[in-house]
Design a protein around this ligand. Structure first.
Ligand SMILES: O=C(O)CCC(=O)C(=O)O
Length: 284
């Protein structure tokens, strides 16, 4: 059963505030509080309770030194009721504003117990096209991450650590742990919040606490970029079941190279006026 997400017009869409734009552009991340309404959060916790129990059991069976994290990959196709979050009305304005012709790329549910971690990765300089962040009159992302906190994530509890501004770094990050340590900050999250960040930003995480970190991750990319997990048909069934002209359907469409013809549900100037003159669509 797929829930209808209301189609929204550009007039209804909240715009990022100048403060949000500035903060995001300078730092490469932003926390949006109350991104999941309490009732939806309660339902998500109900749907995922068996998975959380399984993750805990699997992590507790791990040997010493193992990464005490358990990930459910492609969670959207496993727990399709999460489709309600694909076009989360609180998050759609950010997708619309910071990704060209956005689409959903990947989803996963991750649990980290004490010593669960994700190693640092730095994707800006040297640049990776699939992550690339740039500014050209507006913000563009090739990989935009949405981390939903299913519980509070406080100090030491496995919050994402980022080097603010590293999505624009011009020099490679020195391999000097003490230096990196000084630059990293933990981005704490209240339950139900969404941490938005550019995958170009240097990031990592480590849970030092006895509390389980519970995070649901959705990533978005421009329509031209292929899925890195699964094939182009990854969300085909959910796409078919989604209401016509909805943001949900739009975000679940398959990648289509530079031939981006699928109509965006908003009155998006890119779609309305056609591609800019220097756009290469149609060229061999
Ligand atoms: O789960 C985490 O803390 C980090 C995940 C991550 O590195 C990523 O999404 O690129």
């Amino acid at each position: 059963m797929v829930t209808a997400t209301q189609p929204r017009t550009v007039c209804e869409l909240k715009q990022m505030t100048p403060e949000e734009q500035y903060f995001y552009d300078v730092n490469g991340y932003l926390v949006v509080e109350n991104a999941i309404e309490p009732d939806l959060l309660r339902r998500i916790l109900e749907w995922t309770a068996p998975l959380e129990a399984e993750a805990r059991e699997r992590i507790e069976r791990m040997g010493p030194g193992e990464n005490r994290e358990y990930i459910f990959e492609d969670i959207l196709n496993t727990e399709t009721r999460l489709v309600e979050l694909v076009a989360n009305p609180t998050i759609v304005p950010y997708l619309n504003e910071m990704i060209e012709c956005p689409r959903l790329k990947s989803t996963w549910l991750t649990y980290k117990l004490k010593h669960g971690r994700t190693g640092a990765h730095s994707n800006h300089t040297p640049t990776r096209t699939c992550d690339y962040y740039h500014f050209n009159g507006r913000i563009y992302h090739n990989l935009f991450q949405v981390f939903y906190a299913l519980d509070d994530i406080g100090p030491g509890e496995g919050a994402l650590q980022v080097i603010p501004g590293s999505h624009k770094a011009n020099f490679p990050l020195p391999e000097n742990d003490a230096f990196v340590e000084k630059l990293c900050i933990e981005v704490h999250q209240p339950r139900g919040s969404a941490l938005l960040f550019s995958h170009d930003c240097h990031h990592r995480s480590y849970n030092h606490s006895d509390k389980m970190r519970k995070t649901l991750i959705f990533t978005y990319c421009p329509g031209v970029i292929a899925n890195s997990y699964g094939t182009d048909a990854l969300y085909e069934r959910l796409f078919e079941e989604s209401p016509e002209h909805s943001w949900q359907k739009y975000l679940l469409r398959s990648p289509n190279g530079y031939r981006e013809t699928y109509p965006c549900p908003v009155d998006n100037p890119w779609v309305r006026q056609g591609a800019p003159k220097n756009y290469s669509a149609g060229k061999k």
